[in-house]
Structure formats: structure tokens, C-alpha cells
Design a protein around this ligand. Structure first.
Ligand SMILES: [Zn+2]
Length: 125
């Protein structure tokens, strides 16, 4: 009589059906999120435009890497409008100067989410 029989029986379990047990590897990449100063919605940083405060006034920081206090606005005209009205100044803790407003308004001209008027408003010279 060999007592090993029982042991062998244990280690050689019948593997039927080979269930593929997937580990729940939920890859949660960290997506940086920021609040739009216009509508206070929290969005992925990439979908927002950063406005940074510099010594010479505010700048549109398209790279997102400029040093300084920044505020984030997403590309809705209404958000930029409310930013212009005061929420941006509040976020950056400054008062918008006239040239700051120009900077914002110039950027707003590029945003055409509401009214894609083709050629209607062209007044070039
Ligand atoms: Zn917004």
C-alpha cells in the first residue's frame, strides 16, 4: 500500500473547460481634470483652453505649460463670454485690462460653435 496515492490525487485536479479567468485590469489612466471658469463644469484638461496670467497681462496658453496662475475655459462662446464678464478675473485674481479683453475677444473670434455663418460676416477691407 502506498500512502502517496491520496496526495497525487489532490495535486492532479481535473481541469475541465479551462476557464479563462480575466483579471479585472481596469486601466484607469489618470486624466487631469479642470473646471471651466465659464460654466463650472469639470472636464478633461485637454478639452479646455488654458489662460495664464503673466506680468504683461493674460495669455492664451495653448501648450498648457506656461508658468503662472492659470484658468481653464472650454471652447464654448458662452463660457468665454462669462469669463470675460468676470469669472476669469476672479479665477486669476486680477482685473482684466483692456488688452486682456482684446486677447480674450481675439480668441473668441476663432470659436465658431454657435453660428457657422459662411462668408456672411466677411468684411475684409
Ligand atoms: Zn464651460
Amino acid at each position: 500500500m502506498k500512502a502517496m496515492n491520496g496526495l497525487i490525487g489532490l495535486s492532479s485536479q481535473p481541469s475541465k473547460g479551462l476557464e479563462v479567468v480575466k483579471k479585472q485590469s481596469v486601466r484607469t489612466r489618470h486624466i487631469p481634470q479642470r473646471t471651466c471658469v465659464g460654466c463650472r463644469e469639470i472636464l478633461a484638461k485637454r478639452s479646455l483652453t488654458r489662460v495664464v496670467r503673466t506680468d504683461t497681462g493674460i495669455k492664451i496658453d495653448s501648450s498648457g505649460k506656461m508658468p503662472g496662475r492659470g484658468a481653464y475655459i472650454h471652447d464654448h462662446l458662452s463660457c468665454w463670454q462669462s469669463a470675460l464678464k468676470g469669472s476669469l478675473a476672479k479665477a486669476l485674481r486680477i482685473d482684466l485690462t483692456e488688452s486682456d479683453r482684446q486677447t480674450i475677444m481675439q480668441f473668441m473670434q476663432k470659436i465658431t460653435d454657435d453660428s457657422p455663418q459662411e462668408g456672411l460676416l466677411k468684411s475684409n477691407g
